[in-house]
Ligand binder design. Structure first.
Ligand code: SAM
Length: 216
């Protein structure tokens, strides 16, 4: 029998994600599985499947479900990729990626968030996730190149190390703009120092803070 959170989650997938045009079956399936409410403080769990972002502490947010789905679909994952995520936050997007890629590397600059996400992802048995605490604007060269890189915070421009660490054909999904509004941009690596840009429209994210992002 479905519990209440699961039926809210299945409804969220239909009305907020599928009805708005997300078609990738693997994305829809991942959203049906990952228990978003567990990535929130208990007091916020009743709102977990509503159509808006929510606070996760440390002045950070978990994005609106549709935006997480849009960014995930934009990566065009097939299941065989190594994916790098910048901005682990609650770990919810990380869990979605873990369902859809072979291996996920995720970097978070705020230690308390990284530790909480690590514990929850361990409890949920996501064994294909490695989390690091640090400045994700510098990427994670050790495991590069990546088939996909997703940045869940807003940058003034695409950080050069992230472009360099993409494999040919790989996709970097990142909000680009000022601190108040951004466009969701995908950079597709076509060859050595050659990138094609796709624009997925307006979004609003917290700032990416680091060497190749905003200053604190
Ligand atoms: N994807 C997350 C989720 O599902 O909960 C939400 C991420 S939140 C919108 C953005 C995160 O990016 C914050 O946790 C913030 O601390 C982190 N962040 C900002 N700049 C960063 C950087 N240079 N490296 C790593 N993480 C960074």
């Amino acid at each position: 029998m479905q519990n209440e959170q699961e039926s809210k989650r299945l409804q969220m997938v239909e009305t907020q994600i599928r009805d708005r045009g997300i078609k990738d079956r693997r994305v829809l399936e991942a959203f049906r599985k990952v228990p978003r409410h567990l990535f929130l403080d208990e007091a916020l769990r009743p709102q977990a499947y509503e159509d808006h972002p929510l606070p996760i502490g440390e002045k950070q947010t978990i994005s609106q479900p549709y935006i997480v789905a849009l960014m995930t679909e934009a990566l065009r994952l097939t299941g065989h990729e190594k994916v790098l995520e910048i901005g682990t936050g609650s770990g919810y997007q990380t869990g979605i990626l873990a369902q859809m890629a072979e291996q996920v590397y995720s970097i978070e600059r705020i230690p308390s968030l990284a530790k909480r996400a690590r514990k929850l992802l361990d409890d949920l048995k996501y064994t294909n996730v490695i989390i690091n605490i640090g400045d994700g604007t510098q990427g994670w060269k050790e495991y590069s190149p990546y088939g996909g890189i997703i940045v869940t915070a807003a940058a003034p421009e695409a950080p050069d190390p992230l472009l360099q660490q993409l494999e040919t054909g790989g996709r970097l999904v990142i909000p680009i703009g000022d601190e108040f509004q951004q466009d969701l941009v995908v950079y597709v690596k076509e060859g050595e120092d050659r990138y094609r840009e796709e624009n997925y429209g307006g979004v609003r994210f917290v700032k990416l803070i680091g060497k190749h992002g905003w200053k604190d």
